[in-house]
Design a protein around this ligand. Structure first.
Ligand SMILES: Cc1cc2nc3c(=O)[nH]c(=O)nc-3n(C[C@H](O)[C@H](O)[C@H](O)COP(=O)(O)OP(=O)(O)OC[C@H]3O[C@@H](n4cnc5c(N)ncnc54)[C@H](O)[C@@H]3O)c2cc1C
Length: 215
């Protein structure tokens, strides 16, 4: 049986571990497409990349895993089309692969609001090791960093910018930080606590939607 998996993130890798741990039945012929150029890593711990963890430290793949289990891993190759009638997956690099079973483990992408300028250089999303490498490079020639979004990831990103030595601003649409998780008083507490954390290298600046609108 030919099994094709699209995505080698945390879920795709966990699926492979479960698959190879099964003792019964014939082993399928497995191919994995991943549009990132490195195999699965711990995205939850991504921010620790800025505090000294390397890509290797974050890896979720034991050395030799793919070779040992005869799994073909196509890194840096995005699946761009699925033909469900002929049962083929086509990739950006022009591979056409037949499958009997297809697993989509593609995760999600950051939502980027359609703001003019969002596509300009030095605007980044915060999702992959490559994003953090690009942020670190840009921080080397920057003085001020702004994070759009005061949720969990936004605050992680803000702390990272602060640690990179930038004067850090957070722009939040809602009237408080982590608006989904916290009520007003919780939001106030968090804002004070966070200001203490990143306050030493530049005054943190939390702007609500109305303030941001006046820029
Ligand atoms: C900075 C950060 C901190 C986080 N912290 C937490 C946390 O504390 N707790 C928590 O529960 N969650 C957290 N998350 C979310 C968590 O990382 C995700 O829920 C988890 O990574 C989802 O795993 P996944 O395998 O489904 O997707 P992903 O890890 O996104 O992996 C999907 C992979 O598929 C690849 N892919 C997508 N489309 C294609 C295609 N067409 N062809 C080939 N490859 C493709 C992607 O590039 C990616 O490599 C955090 C996320 C980030 C970015």
């Amino acid at each position: 049986m030919k099994l094709v998996i699209v995505g080698n993130g945390m879920v795709g890798q966990r699926f492979l571990e479960q698959l190879v741990s099964r003792k019964n039945g014939a082993s399928p012929e497995v191919t994995v497409f991943c549009d990132e150029r490195r195999a699965a890593y711990d995205r939850v711990q991504l921010t620790s990349f800025f505090s000294g963890k390397s890509a290797a430290d974050l890896s979720l793949v034991p050395a030799g895993f793919f070779d040992q289990h005869g799994i073909a891993l196509r890194l840096g190759d995005k699946a761009i089309a699925i033909d469900r009638t002929r049962k083929f997956v086509r990739s950006a690099r022009g591979h056409e692969l037949p499958y009997d079973k297809l697993v989509l483990a593609t995760g999600s992408y950051p939502f980027v609001p359609s703001l003019p300028g969002a596509e300009w250089p030095d605007c980044f999303v915060y999702r992959a090791i490559e994003d953090l490498e690009a942020i670190r490079t840009a921080a080397g020639r920057a003085r001020v960093g702004a994070v759009i979004g005061g949720g969990l990831l936004g605050l992680e990103a803000a702390k990272a910018l602060h640690d990179l030595g930038l004067e850090t601003h957070v722009v939040e649409f809602a009237p408080r930080l982590m608006a989904v998780q916290l009520d007003d008083s919780g939001g106030r507490l968090l804002r004070r606590a966070f200001a203490r954390v990143i306050g030493s290298g530049g005054q943190p600046d939390f702007r609500s939607a109305s303030a941001a609108g006046s820029w």
